[in-house]
Design a protein around this ligand. Structure first.
Ligand code: PMP
Length: 406
C-alpha cells in the first residue's frame, strides 16, 4: 500500500508553516515529534466535553473518562504485545520509568558489591538513575563499550556478567546516532545468566515498533511525546511476576488498598505504581498516537524512513568537511555530524535561518561524545513526515555554512 506522504503531512498541522520566511523542515524528532490531528482532537474533546477525574467516581463523566483511560491501557498493551493490561504502568515518561525501576528493583534486589550493566551509548536518563543506585547501595556500574561504527561490542557484553550482576539496562535505539541495538539477543544472553533486562525504548517504538513478548524484555519504557503523543506521559511495561514482587515507588492516593495510622496495604497492579491522579488525558492521547501509528502502518513507516536514511546518508557524505557519526549496519534515520572547523552550535544557528530545525550539542549522551573525542554534533533526526526535498534543503544549508566559515 505504501505511505501517502501528502495525507501524512496534512495530518500534522504544525508542519505547514513558515519559519524565517522558509517552509519549516522539522528535523528535531528525536527530541520530540509533532502531533497528528487525531491526538490533538481527542485531547481537545475531553477538555471541552467530558473531563472528570477517574476511578471511584459514580457520576456519568467520571465513568466515561475512566473507561476511556482503561481502554487506552488496553490499546498500549496491544501496541507492544504485552500479556496483561495491568503490566502497563502509566508514568510521566521514559526518565520516570527508568528511575522507578532503578528505585524499586534496586531497593529490593541490589546489595553492596552487586553489579549493574549499562552501555556506552545510553542517554543520561539510562545512566544517572543506575549510577545513583550504585552510590546508594555501594554497587558497581559495568559499561558495554561501542566500536567505531557506534555498535555495542557484544563479546565484551558477555564478559561483563558475573555472579554479582543484578540487572542490565540498555537502549533499544540510541538517540545520539540512531544505532538499533540487538536487544533480543542481549536479553537472551542476560537470561542465560538469570539476569533481568530493562530496555529504554524511547527512540524505538515509533520507528521499529516493539513486541515485548517476542523480545522477552523484563521492563520496557518509552515516552508519549516521542511517538507522536502528548508530553508528560509515558509507559513502563514490566512482567507481571516481577512487578508483583517490587515495592511501590511513590505513595499516596490511588495506589493504596486500606489505610490506617497503623498500617497501609497497597492496591493491585497497575495501580500500585500509579500514585495520585494519573495523567489520564495524556494516556488517552498516547493511545490515540499508538492507533495512528498502526493505521499508518509500521511497515510503511519503516520502508519510508529507510529510504530517507539511505538518501540522506549518501547526500550528506558527499559534502566536503562533513563527518557523520554512527554508521551502524542497523540504524534509524538519524544523521549526527560535525563540520570541519565549525562549532555545531554555530552550524545549527545558521541552518535554522533556512527554516530547518536541527538539534546541536551532546544530546544527553556525554559518555558517547567522550568516546569519540568530541563535544557535540549537529543532529538531524527524520521521521515519516519528512521528505527527500527537505534533505536536499539541509544539504544546501550545510554547504552555505561551509562557505561562510571556510
Ligand atoms: N532515553 C532515550 C534513548 C531518549 O532519547 C530520551 C529522550 N531524548 C530519554 C531516554 C528521556 O526521555 P524523556 O525526556 O521523554 O523522559
Amino acid at each position: 500500500m505504501g505511505l501517502d506522504i501528502n495525507r501524512v503531512r496534512n495530518d500534522f498541522p504544525i508542519l505547514n508553516q513558515v519559519v524565517h520566511k522558509k517552509p519549516l523542515a522539522y528535523f528535531d524528532n528525536a527530541a520530540t515529534t509533532q502531533k497528528p490531528l487525531k491526538v490533538i482532537e481527542i485531547m481537545d474533546r475531553i477538555y471541552m466535553e467530558t473531563n472528570s477525574n477517574i476511578h471511584r467516581g459514580v457520576h456519568y463523566l467520571s465513568d466515561l473518562t475512566t473507561t476511556q483511560f482503561e481502554e487506552a491501557r488496553k490499546t498500549v498493551r496491544k501496541f507492544i504485545n504485552a500479556r496483561y493490561d495491568h503490566e502497563i504502568i502509566f508514568t510521566s515518561g521514559t526518565t520516570a520509568g527508568i528511575n522507578q525501576v532503578a528505585f524499586c528493583f534496586g531497593e529490593k534486589y541490589v546489595k553492596p558489591g552487586d553489579e549493574i550493566i549499562i552501555s556506552e551509548i545510553e542517554h543520561h536518563s539510562n545512566i544517572v538513575p543506575w549510577q545513583m543506585l550504585c552510590e546508594r547501595k555501594d554497587a558497581k556500574l559495568c559499561v558495554i563499550p561501542i566500536n567505531d561504527l557506534g555498535e555495542l561490542v557484544l563479546d565484551e557484553y558477555e564478559r561483563l556478567f558475573s555472579s554479582r550482576t543484578r540487572i542490565v539496562a540498555v537502549t533499544h535505539v540510541a538517540n545520539s546516532i540512531g544505532t538499533i541495538n540487538p536487544v533480543k539477543e542481549m536479553i537472551t544472553t542476560a537470561h542465560r545468566y538469570g539476569v533481568p533486562v530493562l530496555v529504554d525504548g524511547a527512540q524505538a517504538v515509533q520507528h521499529t515498533g516493539v513486541d515485548v513478548r517476542d523480545l522477552d524484555a523484563d521492563f520496557y519504557v518509552f515516552s508519549g511525546h516521542k511517538m507522536y503523543g502528548p508530553t508528560g506521559i509515558g509507559v513502563l511495561y514490566g512482567k507481571e511476576e516481577i512487578l508483583d514482587e517490587l515495592p511501590p515507588w511513590q505513595t499516596g492516593g490511588e495506589m493504596v488498598d486500606q489505610v490506617s495510622f497503623e498500617k497501609t496495604t497497597f492496591n493491585k497492579l497497575p495501580f500500585k505504581f500509579e500514585a495520585g491522579t494519573p495523567n489520564y488525558i495524556g494516556g488517552i492521547g498516547l493511545a490515540a498516537a499508538a492507533e495512528y501509528l498502526e493505521e499508518t502502518g509500521l511497515d510503511n513507516i519503516k520502508a519510508y524512513e529507510k529510504d530517507l536514511l539511505e538518501y540522506g546518508s549518501k547526500k550528506l557524505s558527499e559534502i566536503e568537511g562533513l563527518h557523520l557519526f554512527g554508521e551502524a549496519g542497523n540504524k534509524i534515520s538519524i544523521f549526527s555530524f560535525i563540520l570541519d572547523n565549525i562549532h555545531p552550535y554555530d552550524a545549527g544557528m545558521i541552518i535554522d535561518k533556512y527554516g530547518i530545525a536541527v538539534r546541536t550539542g551532546n544530546h544527553c549522551a556525554q559518555p558517547f561524545m567522550e568516546r569519540f573525542g568530541i563535544r557535540g554534533t549537529v543532529r538531524a533526526s527524520l521521521v515519516f513526515y519528512n521528505t527527500r526535498e527537505e534533505i536536499d534543503r539541509l544539504c544546501e544549508a550545510v554547504e552555505k555554512v561551509n562557505q561562510m566559515f571556510n
